[in-house]
Design a protein around this ligand. Sequence first.
Ligand code: ATP
Ligand code: MG
Length: 567
Amino acid sequence: TLPPTPIFEAIANHDPTSSAIIHGASGRKFSYGSLLHDIVAGRDRLSALAEGRPLSGERIAFLAENSYDYVVTFLSILSHDAIAVPLAHSHPILELRYILENSEASLFLSTEKFREKAKEVVKDGRHTPKLKILSKVYQGAEEREAIRFNSGTLENGGLMLYTSGTTNRPKGVVLSMSNMTAQARSLVAAWKYSPSDLLLHVLPLHHIHGTINALFVPLMAGSAIEFAYPFNPDTVWKRLAMPFLPSSSPSDAQRRPVTFLTAVPTIYNRLLATHPTLPPKLQSATRKAISPKHLRLNISGSAALPTPIKQAWTSLSGGNVLLERYGMTEVGMALSCGLAFGDRVDGSVGWPLPGVDVRLVDTETNTIIPSSEEFHKDTGKPREGEIQLRGPTIFREYFRNPTATVKEFVDPDDKDTNREKWFKTGDIAVRRSIPGAGQSDQPWARGPMYFILGRLSVDIIKVGGEKVSALEIERELLSLPEISEAAVVGLPDEKWGQKVAAVIVLSQKGNLGKEGGKDWGIMDLRRALKNRLAMHKMPVEVRVVQSIPRNAMGKINKKVLVKDVFG
Ligand code: ATP
Ligand code: MG
């Protein structure tokens, strides 16, 4: 038996013969029918491991490759009303041990592949749980006659994901089963996942983007998910080309065209960088594969999408415009551009997704900015505020950290009839009406669009009395052909409080000045940015580096960067 929860009911209702999971390298397929049976087998196996002790509310950590095994393990844990804690196999031992101890997991499962690593994780840990190495969590599954749904409810279980750790030590975020269901309903309504979609999965499975958007949601919708991880641009290009190459082997030719791709900006950047190196036949097959005719939806998120990447992808694909959206571990996806190409405006993350309440709050006056007020009445400047969110998708708690949980929520005001608290994202945005956008038949994609200026803690730089957005300056830097990567930070300044500084990586293109750019300095930068940025936004310091360190989601820890680069 299984609990009567939307995810299990959905899996039971999908066509049992259609593919749920595909292993990219081998092409091996696993149907929705076998997934359902294997979840029940996995559920029984977990009961046996727990020797009958109820697992409701307990954390079960697991280490598994991005594969069918991962999916069965994840869903079997959910079926026990337990909290699944997926561990990243790319993480170093100490990081895994931190999560294992921090989550107070009562069980730690690992597949054979990570036997040695898993043993290493629990080796000297004093607070680590029992490790079970399983060749398969669903081992011993025989075909069951019929799956029945019992009458239990899932109130204590869910998913525990750690934030990316971009600003601090990663925080354990608990998403309840109903948070996940609400996130899935919102995204299916907006992005129209369907059984005819095949999603190419190139992301890690310990982060909201890979685990919810690219796995849980398509499973709810009956789409097929093909794992191609760890991301490798050549593998992805070859896979995309398979159905379009006349010379393909029979098994390659059988691969369905990819209809759905969701990734982070650095991944699109690497795909774009490697495309010119492909053999000509592959180049044309892949262009076809990513054209709007075949690739129904291409999404970018987790970090700001640089406009040059967006434009290069549009031109390579013959008109497919990347759809940018904004979300975070604590809230799932909150804002998204629309399905119509005209609703994917450069630099914008779109509109509030269905079921998500959004407001902007002026952080200085602590007042709500009316949505009609895009500009300050007296100064004419855009009205910027913190994004605050409310709704069924918002997380339950930071695990074992009530102080942090309480701190990030604010009470509704007296006039508010909905008594739910608002979650403070710490991200700053402005709203702007864009002529021509927001006219599709998607009812949620209406009104002024949101533009992210960055995190209040690191991206909003105060120069004299003026607030400057690091993201806005980075966007300008990245539009220069000379620059391939950029991070803008605020440094302390005696006169102005803070000053704008830029850390850049030079590209091989453009006018690099003397000695191929080695002597590229602040004057070159300011000259290149002339007429693009107001004087107070101009960087006053620049450092050229070989590369900018990023975490697993392609994000930059700016506090660490400032220490490393500026000392
Ligand atoms: P930590 O909370 O540990 O510092 P993190 O905030 O990076 O790490 P995530 O929850 O993975 O962890 O990321 C959410 C954040 O990513 C958002 O708060 C926002 O700052 C940023 N973000 C997500 N999508 C976008 C986007 N499209 N444009 C700009 N920023 C984005
Ligand atoms: Mg965060």
